[in-house]
Write a protein that binds this ligand. Structure first.
Ligand code: AMP
Ligand code: ZN
Length: 469
């Protein structure tokens, strides 16, 4: 079963030919954890979750490694922690727990590895030192800077020459830069900012630039070259261009990832949803409040609505889109209620996904299969149910369950669940097991079941939850 994917680097659809089919490797840039994620941030998380599921289906669940990082060192994090007068660690842990709770409600599987930037500082220093040694970076005024003129094909991913970029950029001209497009690998920290010993014998303490974080984490967990690198379209330049430059120049390789994939924007009235424009709605508000369309929305309805548009096209996020998604899911639930799923999803649905993740085509196939299932075709019904479960849009819900605000049975306040999970972990740390168990039982009485697992890398306890009725 062949998968074709559109590669931003070559600007065409390509056959995925894994470097090692026994270990297909994908890296996706994850959230910067300083605030609730908005529904635009959920788009790459959902899109690449579908790709992760497809890779597992095609290559086998044990033959795929998916790393999605947490950016837990960033100037926005420092500023927010100072505003709230809390520690950076408290802010990043709270926000990470919130992010996990939100995306779990959207049917997103945990990635194989979720590396955190602050756990990879020595690896970042090593890349700085290698780049200086190879003549691709220089030290100036406590910074380590990447010298873009040292890389012949800098700009290839963004599809622009250095001259074009220089002409078009509103460049922040720092006196210590040799070239206007040179970018920061490492920078000095002021007194209140997080800091680590700097590389290259700089002497003072500092912190990494954002791009460097992903180069270090992808190398550590996936190797110097891997198969797929993903994120939103806004990351092409400068973030991915710079990641690619750092990694290739530090390792002397001709590529970093074979295929670079980018999702289009989720928009509101034609404009990108973003924190800075203030036109955003958080995942949590959609799930748990009446802020969007006067009612809360079921996580699977949100997911299904998102997949109705091809990942490279923009989506306009409207109430109408959610209403339609909900009606379709309720109809499907009505048709498939008593049906046992088959062992593998319907082949036509898989074939649509194998063609550059064509989810709108998969959904129109689903409509056709549902018609046939309603006419009494049992094997189609079984394969359709399996396909919906595979896509993460349905799992035995009753039609009413999708109507959260109108008598449906699901009411999930993910913020509150995340807070209680943290309170329980804290109680256990303090050896207050009575309180920890009280929190667990209290949630269980509301149909929310906690599951404790271990992060395979750090050995830390990670708690997830699911709804039981
Ligand atoms: P950030 O936390 O801003 O770095 O964004 C996290 C991820 O969400 C990145 O992959 C972004 O490209 C993506 N993203 C941010 N805003 C949108 C949007 N409105 N539509 C689609 N993706 C977005
Ligand atoms: Zn990144």
């Amino acid at each position: 079963m062949a998968i074709t994917l559109y590669n931003t680097l070559t600007r065409k659809k390509e056959l995925l030919a894994p470097l090692d089919p026994n270990n297909v490797r994908m890296y996706v840039c994850g959230p910067t954890v300083y605030d609730y994620a908005h529904i635009g941030n959920a788009r790459p998380v959902i899109v690449f979750d579908v790709l992760f599921r497809l890779l597992r289906q095609v290559y086998g669940p044990d033959h795929v490694t998916y790393a999605r990082n947490i950016t837990d060192v960033d100037d926005k994090i420092n500023a927010r922690a100072a505003d709230e007068k809390i520690s950076i660690r408290d802010l990043t842990e709270r926000t990470t727990a919130q992010f996990h709770a939100d995306i779990e409600a959207l049917g997103v599987l945990p990635p194989t590895i979720e590396p955190r930037a602050t756990h990879h500082i020595p690896e970042m220093r090593a890349i700085c030192e290698e780049l200086v040694k190879r003549g691709h970076a220089y030290i100036a005024d406590g910074h380590v800077l990447f010298d873009v003129s040292s890389m012949a094909d800098y700009g290839r991913l963004a599809n622009r020459s250095l001259d074009e970029m220089e002409a078009g950029a509103r460049i922040d001209i720092a006196p210590y830069k040799k070239g206007p497009m040179d970018f920061v690998l490492w920078k000095p920290s002021k007194a209140a900012e997080p800091s680590w010993p700097s590389p290259c014998g700089i002497g003072t303490e500092g912190r990494p630039g954002w791009h460097l974080e992903c180069s270090a984490m992808s190398e550590k967990h996936l190797g110097r070259t891997f198969d797929i690198h993903g994120g939103g379209i806004d990351l092409v330049f400068p973030h991915h261009e710079n990641e690619l430059a750092q990694s290739r120049c530090a390792h002397g390789t001709s590529m970093m990832a074979n295929i670079w994939m980018h999702n289009g924007f989720l928009q509101v009235e034609g404009e990108k949803m973003s924190k800075s424009l203030g036109n955003f709605i958080t995942i949590n508000e959609l799930l748990a409040t009446e802020k969007f369309g006067g009612q809360p929305w079921h996580g699977r309805v949100i997911r299904f609505a998102m997949l109705g548009t091809h990942y490279r096209s923009p989506i306009d996020w409207t109430v109408e889109r959610l209403v339609q998604a909900r009606a379709t899911l309720a109809d499907l639930a009505d048709t498939l209620g008593g049906v046992a799923p088959s062992t593998s999803p319907h082949a036509d649905v898989l074939a649509a996904l194998q063609d550059d993740l064509n989810t709108p085509s998969a959904i129109s196939i689903i409509h056709g299969l549902a018609k046939s299932a309603r006419r009494g075709n049992g094997s189609t019904a079984a394969e359709l149910k399996s396909a919906l479960q595979f896509l993460g849009v349905y799992d035995n819900e009753k039609p009413d369950d999708f109507f959260v605000g109108a008598g449906g049975s699901q009411k999930v306040d993910t913020a509150e669940i995340a807070r209680l999970i943290q309170a329980r972990l804290d109680a256990r740390k303090d050896r207050d097991f009575k309180e920890a168990d009280r929190i667990r039982d209290d949630l269980a009485s509301k149909g929310i079941q906690l599951k404790d697992g271990k992060d395979p890398k750090s050995g830390e306890v990670v708690t997830t939850w699911e709804l039981r009725r």
